[in-house]
Design a protein around this ligand. Structure first.
Ligand code: SAM
Ligand code: DTB
Ligand code: SF4
Length: 367
C-alpha cells in the first residue's frame, strides 16, 4: 500500500477523511506502525489547578464565567496538593500530567510563581509535565521551560473560518502566537481541536491544515469530541457519531505520522469497540481518571479492563523526548532569599525583645 502519499493539501486530506472507513483505518494503522509502537498507549492525567471563573467566551467551555453551569470557581491549588495528585496519577500508571488553568492568559504574579513550583515538583517525579494556562508570551514560556515543563497545550480548536462562531474574545492569530512562543522556548507543542461543535468536515480539515502550514507541526495533537455542558451555548449540540471520531483520529495520524494523536474528551460516549478502532487508527494516548478538567471521563477500572482486553500497555514517560532539566527560577530564588532575610530579621528582633530588661525604677515602696 502506498503510505508515502503527500497529504499536504486541503483537497487530499478531505478525500482521505471521506474514504471508505475500513480503508482509512487500514491506511492509518499502517502509517502508525511505521513510526510508533502500536501496543503502547500513554495514560495521561488531567488536573484542573485553577477552576472556573474564566473571562473568555469559548462557546464549548463550562468554565467561562459568563455561562451558568454547575462548575464552581476555585482558586489555584497549592503546590503540595498538586504533588499529592501527581503521585496518585503516577501510581495509577499515568506517565504524563497535564495541569489546566481557567485563565485567559498567564500573568506575571504569585500564582504563576506557584505554577512554576508545581512544574518543578512534578518534573522531579519523573513525569512528563504539560501545562495549559491560556495565552503566554515568550518570557513566560522560557520560565516554564526552565522549570522543567515538557509540553505546552494550546488548542486551535477548529478551523480559522469557523473560529469566530466559537470564540469572540481572542483571535486565531493570538493562539498561533502562543504556540509559536512555546515552540521558540524549546517546549514540545500539544495542540489540537474539538469536533462536534456544529462545524463542517471542511473545518476539521481546516484545523489540520493550520498545523500543516506550521514549520514544525505539534508533537502532540489532542482530538476532543465536544462534551456538551448544560448552560453553555453548545448545550444542545447532538453528540457526534463515534465514526467521526475514528475518521478524525485516522486522518490526523496519516497527515502527521510522527505526532502523538491523543484520544481526548468524549470517550464516555464511545464504546470499547469504537475506542479500539481509534487505537488501531493511531491514537497513542488517553486521559485516565474519572474526571477530565470538570467533566466526566470513563472510570479507571473500565480503562484498565479495556487495556487488558485489547492487549495494550501504558507507555512510559519520555519515550518521545528527553526529560527536561529543572533549572533554578531566578524570580523564585530571589523571593526565597528575601524571605530568608526577613526570617533572620524577625529572629533578631525576637532575640532583642526576649533579652529586653526593663529599666529599674525606684518607687517609694522599694525604698
Ligand atoms: N484556559 C486555557 C485555554 O483555553 O487554553 C486552558 C484550559 S481549556 C479548558 C483547554 C482545552 O479544553 C480547550 O482549548 C478545549 O479544546 C478543551 N475543552 C474545553 N471545554 C471542552 C468541552 N466542553 N468539550 C471538549 N473539549 C473542551
Ligand atoms: C485537550 O485537548 N483536552 C483536555 C486537555 N487538552 C486540557 C481538556 C478537555 C476538557 C473537557 C472539558 C472539561 O472537562 O472541562
Ligand atoms: Fe477560559 Fe480556556 Fe475555557 Fe476558554 S477554554 S473559557 S480560555 S478556560
Amino acid at each position: 500500500m502506498k503510505v508515502t502519499q503527500d497529504y499536504t493539501t486541503k483537497e487530499a486530506l478531505l478525500e482521505l477523511y471521506n474514504k471508505p472507513l475500513l480503508e482509512l483505518v487500514f491506511e492509518a494503522a499502517t502509517v502508525h506502525r511505521l513510526h510508533h509502537n502500536p501496543e503502547e498507549v500513554q495514560m495521561s492525567s488531567l488536573l484542573s489547578i485553577k477552576t472556573g471563573g474564566c473571562a473568555e467566551d469559548c462557546g464549548y467551555c463550562p468554565q467561562a464565567a459568563r455561562y451558568h453551569t454547575d462548575v464552581e470557581t476555585q482558586k489555584l491549588m497549592t503546590v503540595d496538593s498538586v504533588v499529592e495528585q501527581a503521585k496518585n496519577a503516577k501510581e495509577n500508571g499515568s506517565s504524563r500530567l497535564c495541569m489546566g488553568a481557567a485563565w485567559r492568559e498567564v500573568r506575571d504574579n504569585k500564582d504563576f510563581d506557584n505554577v512554576i513550583e508545581m512544574v518543578q515538583a512534578v518534573n522531579d517525579l519523573d513525569m512528563e509535565v504539560c501545562c495549559t494556562l491560556g495565552m503566554m508570551n515568550q518570557d513566560q514560556a522560557k520560565r516554564l521551560k526552565n522549570a522543567g515543563l515538557f509540553a505546552y497545550n494550546h488548542n486551535l480548536d477548529t478551523s480559522k473560518d469557523y473560529y469566530d462562531d466559537v470564540i469572540s474574545t481572542r483571535e486565531y492569530e493570538d493562539r498561533l502566537n502562543t504556540i509559536d512562543n512555546a515552540r521558540k522556548a524549546g517546549l514540545s507543542v500539544c495542540s489540537g481541536g474539538i469536533i462536534g461543535m456544529g462545524e463542517a468536515i471542511e473545518d476539521r480539515i481546516g484545523l489540520l491544515m493550520s498545523y500543516m502550514e506550521m514549520e514544525t507541526p505539534p508533537e502532540s495533537i489532542p482530538i476532543n469530541a465536544l462534551v456538551a455542558v448544560e448552560g453553555t451555548p453548545m448545550e444542545d449540540q447532538k453528540p457526534i457519531e463515534q465514526w467521526e471520531m475514528i475518521r478524525m483520529v485516522a486522518t490526523t495520524r496519516i497527515a502527521f505520522p510522527k505526532s502523538v494523536v491523543r484520544l481526548s474528551a468524549g470517550r464516555t460516549k464511545m464504546t470499547m469497540e469504537g475506542q479500539a478502532l481509534c487505537f488501531m487508527s493511531g491514537a497513542g494516548s488517553i486521559f485516565a481518571g474519572d474526571k477530565l478538567l470538570t467533566t466526566p471521563n470513563p472510570d479507571y477500572n473500565e480503562d484498565m479492563e479495556m487495556f487488558k482486553i485489547l492487549g495494550l500497555t501504558p507507555k512510559a514517560a519520555f519515550s518521545d523526548g528527553d526529560k527536561p532539566e529543572t533549572k533554578p527560577d531566578l524570580i523564585i530564588e530571589a523571593r526565597k532569599a528575601k524571605e530568608a532575610v526577613r526570617v533572620e530579621e524577625l529572629k533578631a528582633a525576637r532575640t532583642k525583645i526576649d533579652g529586653f530588661e526593663p529599666r529599674k525604677v525606684t518607687t517609694v515602696d522599694s525604698l
